[in-house]
Ligand binder design. Structure first.
Ligand code: F6R
Length: 618
C-alpha cells in the first residue's frame, strides 16, 4: 500500500521526492518521510506522522541541504502505529549511515529481529521494516559491497516487499528490490527514478521499465542495472507511459475526486478509442492472442476483483452472458483464492483492477494460472504487476486516478467489460452482424451521454448537501442497476462514514424491508421503461412497498420517465441510452451525491480515513 519514490540525478532530490510523494499519497497517508545525501555530506532524514503536509512543515522548520540523491515514502501502517518513530525511512547500523524504505510486510521479521537483538542491535521503531535496515547495514560492514550485501539480505526476507536503500558511503546509488509489491523505473536523461507506480515520475519522464518479481535494481544517474536475487542479469523491457502528467494534478478542482468525476466522458471515450469502428464493429487487438478456437472453447468466465472493480464485473456479467451466452461468475478475489475453486484450462479468468497491484486480485490470478486457466486483465495502470502477469490486457485509458475513491476507473472498467461482451458475442457468433454493429454504435454514443450527465448534476449535488445529517441511506436496483446500488452505498460508506447498503430491489421483501421506517432515505436506480421486457413496473412496485412504510425515495431514472415522478420525492434524470449501458450514466449522480455529502460533513473526500488506494497486502 505505501508509496515509494527514489531519485538520482542533477535535480534537487528533495523536490523530485516531494513531487512524487504528492502523486503517490493516495497509496497511504499515515506518515511520510525522506532521506537524502548531500554531495560530500551526510545522510539526512526527515519524517513525520500524518499527511505529507506535516512532513513539508517539518522540512520547512528543519531545512535539508541541496542533494541529488534520495528516497521518499508515504505510509499505510501495518506493523506499528502511525507515529513519527514508525514513519519511514528507517536507519540501519550503529552509525545510521544507511536509510531504507519499505512497502509490504516482512513475514519473518520476528525471527530476524530476535537474531538482531541477540547481537545487541537497538531498534527505534515497532515496524517490521527496520530489521531489513539493520541487516543490510551489518552485511555491508562485513562485505564492503552494497549491492552484494543488499542481495544477501533480501533473499532472507519472506513476504511482500519493495525496498529502497541509500548509504552515505556510496552516495551515487539507490538500490531497490521487489517481491510481491510494485516497483517501476523511470528513465531520464542523466537521471533515473524509482516509484511504486509511474505517477511518481510521470512529470519528469515517460520512459519506464516495470521491475519483475524477485529482481534487484542498481540505479545511478547514468545507468541502471537489473539482476535477479540470485545475481542473474535481466534485460530490461522499456515502455512508454501514455498518462499525461497534468492528469495527475488537481488543476482548479476542489478535489481530485471532483476532477476525476468530470474526467469521465474522456475516460469512457479513451477506453473505446480504436476499439470500435464507426460502423459499430469491435476490434480488440490486445486479445489477438486468443484464437477463434480459444474463444469457442471457453466454457466459463470467472471475473475476479475487489470493491468498486467487482461492481464493474457485476455489470459486465449481465452483458457478457446476454451477448455471448458464456456463463460468468463474479468472485471477490480474496474469497475466490481460498475456497478451492474449480478452474480448468477452458476457464477464462478476467481480472479487473484499476491499480493492477491489488494483492488479493494478484493472488487469485496466480492461483488460476497455476490451474491452467488463461488470464485476461482489465487494468488502468501500465507496467502494473497484474498486466505483466496476465496472458493479455485490455487497458482502460482512464488516466491516473488519484482520489482514493474510484470513479472514472469504474466507468472505464464497465466500458471495457461491454467491449469484451461484444467481442465475445461476435467470436461465439451469438450476435448477428446488424445487432452487433447496432450495439457498438450505441456504445459509441456513451461519452456524449456521460457529458450530458456531468452537466446536469445540480440536483444530486443539492441532495448531498441537504442530507449531510443522514444516519443511513439505502440504495436499490435491479439487473444492471443492482451493482450500481452497491457502488452508491460503497461510495457513501467510504467517503461520508455513514451506514449505507445496496440491495437488489426484489430482495427487499425477503428481509431488509424491516429496515424501512419513517423518513428513511432510499435511492432507487430505475430501469428504462422502453424495453419490451423492462423491469420498470417491478421497480415501481418495489418503490410503492417502501413508500408505504415511510421511505423517502430519490429515483435515478431515464429522461422521459414521468411515471416514477409520482412516487418519488426527487427524480434525478439521466439521458436515454441502450439500457444495458445505462450503468455508465446512473452511477455518476451517486458519485456526486457521496462527494457532496462528505464535503458538507467537512471530511477529506480524496483521502478518507483508514483507507489506501492500492491495497497491496492480503
Ligand atoms: C472504492 C475503491 C476500492 C477499489 C478496490 C480495488 O472506491 O476504490 O474498492 O475499487 O480496492 O482496487 P483496484 O481496482 O486497484 O484493484
Amino acid at each position: 500500500m505505501c508509496g515509494i519514490v527514489g531519485y538520482v540525478g542533477p535535480k534537487s532530490s528533495l523536490e523530485v521526492l516531494l513531487g512524487g510523494l504528492r502523486r503517490l499519497e493516495y497509496r497511504g497517508y499515515d506518515s511520510a518521510g525522506v532521506s537524502i545525501i548531500a554531495p560530500g555530506g551526510q545522510l539526512e532524514t526527515r519524517k513525520k506522522a500524518g499527511k505529507l503536509d506535516n512532513l513539508i512543515a517539518e522540512i520547512t522548520s528543519h531545512p535539508l541541504p541541496i542533494a541529488n540523491i534520495g528516497i521518499g515514502h508515504t505510509r499505510w501502517a501495518t506493523h506499528g502505529a502511525p507515529t513519527d518513530g514508525n514513519a519511514h525511512p528507517h536507519l540501519g547500523g550503529p552509525t545510521s549511515k544507511l536509510s531504507l524504505i519499505h512497502n509490504g510486510i516482512i513475514e519473518n521479521f520476528s525471527e530476524l529481529k530476535a537474531e538482531l537483538l541477540a547481537l545487541g542491535t537497538k531498534f527505534n521503531s515497532e515496524t517490521d521494516s527496520e530489521v531489513a535496515a539493520h541487516l543490510i547495514a551489518r552485511e555491508f560492514d562485513k562485505t564492503g559491497d552494497l549491492p552484494t550485501a543488499f542481495a544477501n539480505v533480501v533473499q532472507r526476507l519472506h513476504g511482500a516487499f519493495t525496498i529502497l536503500v541509500i548509504h552515505e558511503d556510496q552516495p551515487d546509488v539507490v538500490l531497490a528490490a521487489r517481491r510481491n509489491a510494485p516497483l517501476v523505473i523511470g528513465l531520464g536523461d542523466g537521471e533515473n527514478f524509482l516509484g511504486s507506480d509511474v505517477a511518481a515520475f510521470v512529470e519528469h519522464t515517460k520512459r519506464a521499465i516495470s521491475v519483475g518479481q524477485d529482481e534487484i535494481v542498481i540505479l545511478r544517474a547514468d545507468s541502471i542495472e537489473i539482476r535477479t536475487f540470485d545475481g542473474v542479469p535481466v534485460i530490461p523491457v522499456e515502455f512508454t507511459v501514455d498518462w499525461d502528467a497534468s492528469a495527475a494534478s488537481k488543476g482548479g478542482w476542489s478535489s481530485f475526486m471532483a476532477k476525476e468525476i468530470a474526467d469521465q466522458p474522456q475516460a469512457v471515450a479513451d477506453t473505446l478509442m480504436g476499439r470500435l469502428n464507426s460502423d459499430g464493429s469491435v476490434r480488440l487487438s490486445e486479445i489477438d492472442g486468443l484464437s477463434a478456437d480459444d474463444i469457442l472453447n471457453i466454457d466459463r468466465i470467472i471475473m475476479v476483483a475487489c470493491g468498486t472493480a467487482s461492481y464493474a464485473c457485476d455489470v459486465a456479467k449481465y452483458a457478457i452472458e446476454k451477448y455471448s451466452r458464456i456463463p460468468v461468475q463474479v468472485e471477490l478475489s480474496h474469497e475466490f483464492r481460498y475456497r478451492d475453486p474449480i478452474v480448468t484450462k477452458n476457464t477464462l479468468i478476467v481480472a479487473v483492477s484499476q491499480s493492477g497491484e491489488t494483492m488479493d486480485t494478484l493472488m487469485a490470478t496466480r492461483y488460476a494460472k497455476e490451474q491452467g486457466a488463461k488470464v485476461l486483465a482489465i487494468c488502468n495502470t501500465q507496467g502494473a504487476t497484474l498486466a505483466r502477469e496476465s496472458d493479455a490486457v485490455i487497458y482502460t485509458h482512464a488516466g491516473p486516478e488519484v482520489a482514493v475513491a474510484s470513479t472514472k476507473a469504474l466507468t472505464a472498467q464497465i466500458t471495457a467489460g461491454f467491449l469484451l461482451a461484444l467481442f465475445l458475442g461476435a467470436g461465439r457468433k451469438q450476435l448477428a452482424t446488424d445487432e452487433l454493429h447496432g450495439l457498438g454504435r450505441q456504445l459509441l454514443k456513451m461519452p456524449a451521454l456521460v457529458t450530458e450527465v456531468i452537466n446536469n448534476l445540480d440536483l444530486a449535488r443539492q441532495l448531498g448537501k441537504d442530507m449531510a445529517n443522514a444516519k443511513s441511506v439505502l440504495f436499490l436496483g435491479r439487473n444492471v442497476g443492482f451493482p450500481i446500488a452497491m457502488e452508491g452505498a460503497l461510495k457513501l460508506k467510504e467517503l461520508a462514514y455513514i451506514h449505507a447498503e445496496g440491495f437488489a430491489a426484489g430482495e427487499l421483501k425477503h428481509g431488509p424491508i424491516a429496515l424501512i421506517e419513517e423518513g428513511q432515505p432510499v435511492i432507487v436506480i430505475v430501469p428504462s421503461q422502453r424495453d419490451a421486457d423492462s423491469l420498470h413496473p417491478k421497480v415501481i412496485s418495489n418503490i410503492q412497498e417502501i413508500r408505504a412504510r415511510g421511505a423517502k425515495v430519490i429515483a435515478v431514472a431515464e429522461a422521459g420517465d414521468t411515471e416514477v415522478a409520482q412516487y418519488a420525492e426527487h427524480v434525478i434524470y439521466v439521458p436515454k441510452s441502450q439500457s444495458m449501458f445505462a450503468p455508465i450514466l446512473t452511477v455518476i449522480p451517486l458519485q456526486v451525491f457521496a462527494l457532496e455529502l462528505s464535503t458538507a460533513k467537512g471530511l477529506d473526500v480524496d483521502q478518507p480515513r483508514n483507507l489506501a488506494k492500492s491495497v497491496t497486502v492480503e
